[in-house]
Design a protein around this ligand. Sequence first.
Ligand code: MLT
Length: 284
Amino acid sequence: MPTDVLAVAWGLGGWNVRVQVNGVSLAVEGAGRGVPLVLLHGFPLSSQMWGGVLPALAEVARVVAVDLRGFGNSDAPAAGYSMDALAGDILGLAEVLGLARFALAGHSMGGYVAFRVAARAPERLAALIILDSRAEADDETGRRRREEAIGRILSGGRREFLEGFLPNLISAETRQRTPRPLEELRAMAQGVPDHVLVGCLAGMRERPDSLPLLPRITMPVLAMVGQEDEITPLACARTLAEATQRGSLAIIPGAGHTPPVERPVATAEAMVAFLHAAVPAAGG
Ligand code: MLT
């Protein structure tokens, strides 16, 4: 066991570890065996967003669901929330866990981080799944919105910000069908410190344009999107599927921006089918 792995706890379905990476203790949950599949959650969520899809994924892969720095049970240092810094944590984590090559799935902000991993260490990636994210950098309007959000949080309006932001992560249909997904998102966001919210909003605002990277991505790519996603709509996923060399597209009906929470069964099916085709060693 590498010394950077601080503690391991085995549960019924898998294991939980704390891993020391770049001076930060990250909380990681794992299950299954076979091809490693690293899961990166979106903003301002945690690895719990994968709870509904994890059992199905663990049937075909060794799933490694990480709480990015600042989120879930990971440490929340004062700084280091650029997409590149978060990508550095993932590469460090892969090193510590001995994952020479792995499939990587990133949801929204996790997708921005995944692009930075793909830019820095493409040889490490066996496949890439980008859920409800976009390759494009923020435009002027997007950057202004981030500024407003940062200003609101810094002036004590965290609750107002989250109450405006979180409902947009799920579709109107999901909201009408059941209150649970929104409650789950609120629970995940609740413990995220203000400086982490602010740091990640600034990190997303400053992230580079990944469009030029797409034609150079050679591993199989699945661009997945909730049909009703209004934050990163279908057109963003289409761009990803078409501009990468081995891209494909999966649309999840009835879901908005967060299909793994809104439509876990359909999401898991699409991810498993992709992994079977893209990474032949992914077993059943
Ligand atoms: C996310 O879901 O991670 C964020 O909505 C992404 C963003 O704000 O660009």
